[in-house]
Design a binder for this molecule. Sequence first.
Ligand code: M6R
Length: 621
Amino acid sequence: MCGIIGFVGKKSAAPILLEGLRRLEYRGYDSAGVALLDEGSVLIRKKKGKIDEGLARLLKSEPVAGNLGIGHTRWATHGVPSDKNSHPHLDQSGKIAVVHNGVIENYDALKQRLLKAGHTFKSDTDTEVLAHLIGVHYEKRHGQNGKNGGENPLTQAVCDALREVIGTYGLAVICAGQPGTIVGARRGSPLIIGIGTGENFLASDANAIVAHTKKVVYLSDYDVATVTSDRFDVLNLGTDTATVQISNLEFSQEDAARGRHAHFMLKEIYEQPRAIENALRGRVDAEGATAKFGGLNMSVSEMRSIDRIVIAASGTSWHAALVGEYLIEELAQIPVEVEFAHEFCYRNCPLEKNTVLLVLSQSGETADTLAALREAKRRGHRALAIVNVVGSTIARESDGGIYMHAGPEIGVASTKAFVSTLAVLSLLAVHLGRMRNLPARRALEILHALEAVPKQIESLLTQNNSLKKIAKKYAKAEDFFFLGRGYTFPIALEGALKLKEISYIHAEGYSAAEMKHGPIALIDKNTPTVFLVPQDSMYDKTMANLAMIRARQGPIIALATEGDQAIKKVANDVIYLPKALEPIYPIIATVPLQLFAYHIAAARGCDVDKPRNLAKSVTVE
Ligand code: M6R
């Protein structure tokens, strides 16, 4: 979704802002813009469309100087994508510029008030209303001495305006009358300060600034930061004092670069063996035949007393949650319920005393998932999280959790974070199981099987060319089914999601057994089915389901276990998976499905890393 970068220092700000915005492109956007302070004036350049064809060209033809500025990539919420709705927005005086992520819910009431006072607006956005509101307060504060934010009237004006605002925001503000200062604030939308030498940054996402600094401060909700080139001050609107902790980014600029791969998605698919190794590192306790974690913040007796787990997540992470249900119920015998995060929040689902909520999120910023976490905590339940992005809001607000350590995931279609989540969930299931009835032998079997996964994925990746051929063969299909049973049922859902989000082909994931209850009506010779049919406990039943599709002339692409000869007779194309334990198949079977979706999308000329209408991290509910 939207992205923010701010810079103040001695260098020319425009190239730094533009580069930062390019590093935020992966989040999804429809327009981009910058505002710079130059010789006492605020200068704005903004344009609808991709950065290279829009903003970058504009900055070439109409360059702007200045050592301080803010930039934004917009993902439309209020008002269509257009030049006028792009950020930054100015206040009535034209001296204050604002970029904003989030939604100002009471913007209409505020706008009516400002209209009555004679304000005129140039856009349809809630952000422009916020800019005007800050401008009104700045006029009042200018020249006054206030308590908050020291003597800086811009900080005071931002605080005053935010006290009137209902909604969510991550924002950055500059003002012609306050050269050398950027004010940032957050509530519900991430914002960090990047600390440099003689220069400082603001950003909604560490990727925007990792090329310049690894020292960051994650702001908390209601924090307001005043940032100059050589210092930053943070206050909190709720408590007046803010807790400021300097953290180090764990990844480098190179980790967030595409390298030799054509797309980030492909790079991240290829990074999966390392991602699994990182997820397992230091967590396998072979001696105790269990898994160990540093950050769950629960005693053994607390872990033992869990009698139900609700897993809440969204999108791909929700598919991981379904696998988690199978794993934890089988290995730890704890009842698990999987919820769409957005449904969990609003349907008053009963939670017994010893129920723990577990949320899964790559970004750690998904608004629906964050809301579920907060709802469980509000109701007095312990809320744990499995998260990739270190220091993200979900990571910081959960009572305890486990990091995936998958590294930055830039492609909008989640790949390595998904398999990393599955690896962590497998460890967690073993950990919980060993406190109950899981025999050491079975636990060790699972742990060793997990340790073998990186090599198995590497061997699957060597099939890339044959997968590409199969993908090309089906690239013109307009409808697909993905079917699986048991542990691979959630992977069928994930395979379908991957295909639809990057290739725009209509794809449905289903339980192979459920097809006969209705969807089989859609099968014909033009509707291929990807069948997950590994040699697991469901094999015979899945083969029977497959026969029903074949009988209706549906083309079949099968994912089967190596050595399975029978499948060749009934499937049009076969992709072989290495032999694995049943609970491990979800991780392994995911990889060819990712490559299949990738090659189909590439063959159709789709923008794989930035699919239409999608955002990497969905920070609105
Ligand atoms: O960052 P999260 O894991 O919380 O994101 C949840 C979904 O928005 C995300 O998985 C989405 O479905 C991806 N585009 C899937 O590829």
